[in-house]
Write a protein that binds this ligand. Sequence first.
Ligand SMILES: [Fe+2]
Ligand SMILES: [Fe+2]
Length: 275
Amino acid sequence: MRWVAHLSDLHFGAEDERIAESLLEDLADFHPSVVVISGDLTQRARKKQFEAAGAFIRRIPVPCLAVPGNHDIPLYDVLRRVLAPLSRYRRYITTDLNPVFQDDELIILGANTARAAAFKNGRISTAQIKVLAEKLRAADGRLFKVLVTHHPFLPPLDAPSAALVGRGALAVEAFEPCGVDLLLAGHYHRGYMGDLQSHYVAVKRSILVAQAGTATSKRTRGERNAYDRIIIDPPDISFDRYGWNDRRFAKTMTTRYTKVNGAWQLHPRNIHETG
Ligand SMILES: [Fe+2]
Ligand SMILES: [Fe+2]
């Protein structure tokens, strides 16, 4: 069994400091095997914002795997945007833009999908697809395989034409035979999940997608700040969403799946919303 905390869209520079502090307390309490941060660590990729994001990550008491988001590339500093778009991310967060976490039950691969030329959208390169597919294929088949990007592979249910990660279909085609189990992303500041097969009809493998809302940004776009606690215990997996209730993070929803005959099946009676 492995516990993972999935945070996204921290947006330091537009963060709520009280929520960020409370989140650190939560993470210390939960003490997951790893914390995944799926991009947009800063609001405008400024030095001070990266310093704050880096300081936040250093206070997380467990391993942390992060990928950049579109907000981690400067928007108005055109020279930096073109010549060194992720230089501050590399300096203050990590030089590793395609990080890997692995233990004896779990492998998590991160992929940078932020691109200066794509502005708020993002994409995955053919070179990344090739390397990621090789890593997924080479990983022990008993490991639970997770891929983390900032830009999503699955749109929100009520916005089926929302922009997705560029070359996503190509990537899915390459990753499907490599046994990937779960895709984690953010970007829309909305928490939702589903099976990749609901969008990519040609996909034969049942692959779960879990999108996290924004953990700490003041720009919440209609949803409260939230993060997910994921409990991986094959063939079961559960997602506990913790939402901010103006005082603390509290569990607001649990979604459970079991893999039966190769397909993720939702436990409808185990979904509940509270608070
Ligand atoms: Fe964001
Ligand atoms: Fe984003």
